[in-house]
Design a protein around this ligand. Structure first.
Ligand SMILES: *[C@@H]1O[C@H](CO)[C@@H](O)[C@H](O)[C@H]1NC(C)=O
Length: 280
């Protein structure tokens, strides 16, 4: 008993020691992968901006690949009339059977709410959308969007409030993202064929350029390089549960702010919901 306790304790200490803790200089952590002609840029190391206009959108990706951890980014979204624009912020692995954890912000006319769209892909299969209205205007200030990802679950949070939990449901046959390291990606692009009111409201190019801003990137996460994790074998022991206060807040957000949940879209799944929907 005592010795297994000591083992768990020292193993968790190891996890803490080997976690890569970075509060970013964007110049060291990210590359501009689209719109490097100035549409995407880093200002003074601590601010990254992505811009969209008629000729081009822009995108960036992290240099590091991560497998588990907690990743925070502060975003300030396109203000004013952002209808038709989408700002995506996500983790994604490479290859045909990729894993992906998505935040997407669907713009709107001035004064109308953005939609925060979330999804989880495992082994190339997504179709697990949940959408939310935010409880603040995401274009006025920076807000923190976080992904906590460990072998047990994925938790999406906004300013520390959990909005969605995706549990590991491998025990009932649902693939879980746990084998492929992912990079952090973000992009700003035109999606006016579907984004705003289902594509009814188009991008008003007279309002361009559209700009989204990023700061305070923090990855408290395991970095994988040449097949090795900076967390070593202790990855398997990583866990972080939602305490009761957080569970209550999650339920509150899901009740008040969720506007779409694939797990209650019976029209879409006439033959029955995906198995993970029936997990407690
Ligand atoms: C935009 O505003 C309309 C009207 O309030 C709303 O129905 C819609 O969900 C909002 N968001 C998007 C992205 O369309």
């Amino acid at each position: 008993m005592a010795s297994s306790f000591t083992f768990v304790l020292s193993a968790s200490l190891l996890v803490i020691i080997f976690l890569e803790i970075t509060s970013a200089d964007f110049n060291n952590e990210f590359d501009i992968t689209w719109g490097s002609d100035g549409h995407g840029k880093v200002i003074n190391g601590d601010l990254l901006t992505l811009t969209l206009d008629k000729p081009s959108g822009s995108a960036c990706e992290s240099r590091n690949e991560y497998l588990f951890g907690k990743i925070d980014m502060q975003l300030k979204l396109v203000p004013g009339n952002s209808a038709g624009t989408v700002t995506s912020y996500y983790l994604q692995s490479e290859g045909p059977n990729w894993d992906e954890i998505d935040f997407e912000f669907l713009g709107n006319l001035s004064g109308d709410p953005y939609i925060l769209h979330t999804n989880v892909f495992s082994q190339g299969k997504g179709d697990r959308e949940q959408q939310f209205y935010l409880w603040f205007d995401p274009t006025v200030d920076f807000h923190t969007y976080s992904i906590l990802w460990n072998p047990q679950h994925i938790i999406f949070s906004v300013d520390g409030t959990p909005i969605r939990e995706f549990k590991n449901a491998e025990s009932i046959g649902v693939p879980y993202p746990k084998d492929h390291p992912m990079k952090i990606h973000s992009s700003l692009w035109n999606a006016d064929d579907w984004a705003t009111r289902g594509g009814l409201v188009k991008t008003d190019w007279s309002q361009a350029p559209f700009t989204a801003s990023y700061r305070n990137f923090k990855a408290d996460a395991c970095v994988v390089a040449s097949g090795k994790s900076s967390c070593g074998d202790s990855v398997a022991l990583m866990s972080e549960e939602l305490d009761t206060t957080k569970q209550e807040r999650l339920r509150w957000v899901q009740k008040k702010n969720m506007i779409y949940n694939y797990c209650s879209d019976s029209k879409r799944f006439p033959q029955g919901f995906p198995p993970e929907c029936n997990m407690a």
